[in-house]
Design a protein around this ligand. Structure first.
Ligand SMILES: Nc1ncnc2c1ncn2[C@@H]1O[C@H](COP(=O)(O)OP(=O)(O)OP(=O)(O)O)[C@@H](O)[C@H]1O
Ligand SMILES: Nc1nc2c(ncn2[C@@H]2O[C@H](COP(=O)(O)O)[C@@H](O)[C@H]2O)c(=O)[nH]1
Length: 218
């Protein structure tokens, strides 16, 4: 039996949960945007946060900006797959879009910290692909934070202070990349995603496909 392209086993697979973490300023947002532009099959997870909106950010696009009471309610109603305190605010990943994406075999990308990545492991281990981005140097990390122009001096000093804590979790990730050049880094991330999509364990239909391929006698 020949299969149509749409029915081919490698066209239907379990969705990936792609986690991108790094110290603040190493380039997660930049690489995430480039990845989303280059691959329409990936949906970005939009976190809820109690942090105030930065200039240029849009509610329900960059984050769901919520107050403390609403964040408390979301925790109470079990609406997060993970949440954490980061830089004095709370951030959490809403559960419903994750469940929906997995049901549809879609890939979803998370820009979250190591605390969030760790919380996803027990429930979603077989879907997870974890990637950590390192800056080429601490000097370059600070230069990027300053060049971004979104944070005060005080905030930048705090983010640099916390960068070492974040970097200390690098070994918990499956893939660790140095973001020297955005195009090079994007190519590496895309290679990881492509290879992870092809993993045998993500293709539930391979077993019946192989059975009909070689016939019942085998
Ligand atoms: N490879 C690179 N070379 C030079 N500049 C870069 C590179 N990658 C990102 N940048 C720049 O560094 C700054 C910080 O990047 P970005 O906002 O993507 O970091 P982030 O890790 O998402 O930070 P945060 O965790 O605070 O959201 C931006 O101005 C971005 O344009
Ligand atoms: N554990 C989680 N961490 C998150 C989430 N959304 C974002 N983040 C991380 O917070 C810091 C700061 O982000 P910023 O946009 O305020 O600069 C960064 O490391 C993000 O990865 C989340 O839902 N859960």
């Amino acid at each position: 039996m020949e299969l149509d392209d749409a029915d081919h086993p490698t066209r239907r697979r379990r969705g990936l949960l792609i986690v991108l973490s790094s110290p603040s300023g190493a380039g997660k947002t930049t690489i995430s945007r480039m990845l989303m532009e280059s691959d329409r099959d990936i949906t970005m997870s939009i976190s809820a946060t109690t942090r105030p909106k930065r200039p240029g950010e849009t509610d329900d696009v960059d984050y769901h900006f919520v107050d403390d009471a609403e964040f408390d309610r979301m925790i109470r109603d079990n609406e997060f797959v993970e949440w954490a305190h980061v830089f004095g605010y709370r951030y959490g990943t809403p559960k419903a879009p994750v469940k929906r994406a997995l049901r549809r075999g879609r890939d979803i990308l998370f820009d979250i910290d190591w605390q969030g990545a760790r919380q996803l492991v027990p429930d979603f281990k077989e879907h997870l692909v974890t990637i950590f981005l390192l800056p080429p140097s601490m000097e370059e990390l600070e230069r990027r934070l300053r060049a971004r122009g979104t944070d005060s001096d005080e905030v930048i000093v705090d983010r640099m202070r916390r960068a070492t804590d974040e970097i200390n979790h690098w070994a918990e990730y499956e893939y660790v990349l140095v973001n020297r050049d955005t195009d090079e880094c994007l190519t590496q991330v895309r290679s990881i995603v492509e290879a992870e999509r092809l993993r045998q364990a993500r293709h539930a239909e391979l077993d019946p496909f192989v059975r009909q391929l070689i016939g019942p006698a085998h």
